[in-house]
Design a protein around this ligand. Sequence first.
Ligand code: ATP
Length: 309
Amino acid sequence: MGTVIQAEGLTHRYGRHVALRDVDLEVPEGALYALLGPNGAGKTTLLKILLGLLRPTAGRVTLLGKDLKRLTLRDRASIGYVAEDQRLPGWMTLSRLLAYLAPLYPTWDHGLASELQRRFHLPPGRKIRAMSRGERMKAAMMAALAPRPRLLIMDEPFTGMDALVKDELVRGLLELSGDEGWSVLLCSHDIGELEALADWVGFLDAGRLILSEPMEVLRGRFKRVEVMMNGGPFVALEELPPDWLSVDRAGKRATFLIPDHGTDSGQDEVHRRFPGAARVEVRGASLREVFVGLAREGLGRDSVEEETS
Ligand code: ATP
């Protein structure tokens, strides 16, 4: 299988602020790739570089097999973009917008446009400026999907959408990407939706891509442990192994993530560290738990970097 996005050594500075640091990213063809990261991690900056809206300070990007700088208008037309802050002409009605866009795209699919309009319950005669935030996002999504893009890039696409529409959208995207082999790169803070949708995950932290792998691999990397103590002395949490993440304590209950090496060694270590435990529960970690664990780890690392710099 090919690669739809390949970035090498991507760095971006806004003045003195380094928003991306030496990022190497590969998105396989057909992947639904979720880019995660805390506020300010550099996600939007990365997407804007891919879309040619920002020029990187350093690095190289290949999109759909071509150097970013050599993409033709036709290549660009096969890349769809949906963003939270996307501007649409407010004075146009939805029908007018679609009629305006359709001739610009050789692959525009009128049937798909009608189908999406029906699914999203969008009134065709309403001016875009009179639409709610969620409706405007849906209109932007329709405009991006109707040309059947080979690559769809979405920045916070679920903003303002109600739970029902989000669910429909996720199912629709899964169906379409399965049928058409589309590739999708999206970033969102809506981790629940991403967990249902994505099959690849990348994690940006302070401009560095610290992880990029299939969702299945990431899910198998950590176990979530809950320990209930029976009274007696509590283990000093700061003495626990440094690769245990999200260590928390509330009363007699301690929770944390441990790396899963596919053996019992992690759980044995838990029992060794908490000999007086009344109960130890271990299960696979959710994407949200992994996200929070890695993000908190990043915050700790940043403060150490600041202290030592
Ligand atoms: P969020 O999840 O909050 O949307 P993000 O991961 O998309 O964040 P970016 O918008 O890419 O983050 O911003 C990365 C960093 O670059 C942030 O620290 C931000 O303050 C900074 N930044 C973004 N745009 C500019 C700009 N035009 N000038 C200066 N700094 C900027």
